[in-house]
Ligand binder design. Structure first.
Ligand SMILES: [Zn+2]
Length: 116
């Protein structure tokens, strides 16, 4: 997979949801990998993309505040992400190291809310 690492290829992949980004990243240089170049099945790509698109569903972006059940929504999103990471691991095989990076934005929103 292409990335900005020294050898231009990565074998260390991070699964992390973010707004407007593909859900796979190079762990070493932090660049966002083009999911089309990732050698996993198109079915899994679809699942990863729809998962990534739901990132932040626990936040009301109009008012930039956590939804009442935001923590629970984020927890579910992380559980699903963990599951998809296992699928990516299985499909990529032993050549790649795959790690899941769970979201914690709801928690930081919740903390910020407590301070106010
Ligand atoms: Zn890289």
């Amino acid at each position: 997979m292409q990335c900005f690492c020294e050898n231009k290829k990565t074998s260390y992949v991070k699964v992390e949801g973010d707004v407007g980004a593909d859900p796979l990243w190079c762990y070493e240089c932090g660049c966002n990998l083009d999911i089309e170049e990732v050698p996993v099945s198109s079915d899994l790509k679809d699942q990863l993309m729809s998962w990534a698109m739901l990132y932040g569903e626990w936040i009301d972006w109009n008012v930039d505040r956590l939804l009442p059940d935001g923590l629970e929504l984020e927890k579910k999103h992380n559980e699903r992400g963990q599951l998809l990471t296992e699928k990516v691991k299985t499909e990529l095989g032993t050549t790649y190291t795959v790690r899941f990076s769970p979201s914690s934005s709801a928690k930081s929103y919740a903390k910020a809310g407590l301070k106010l």
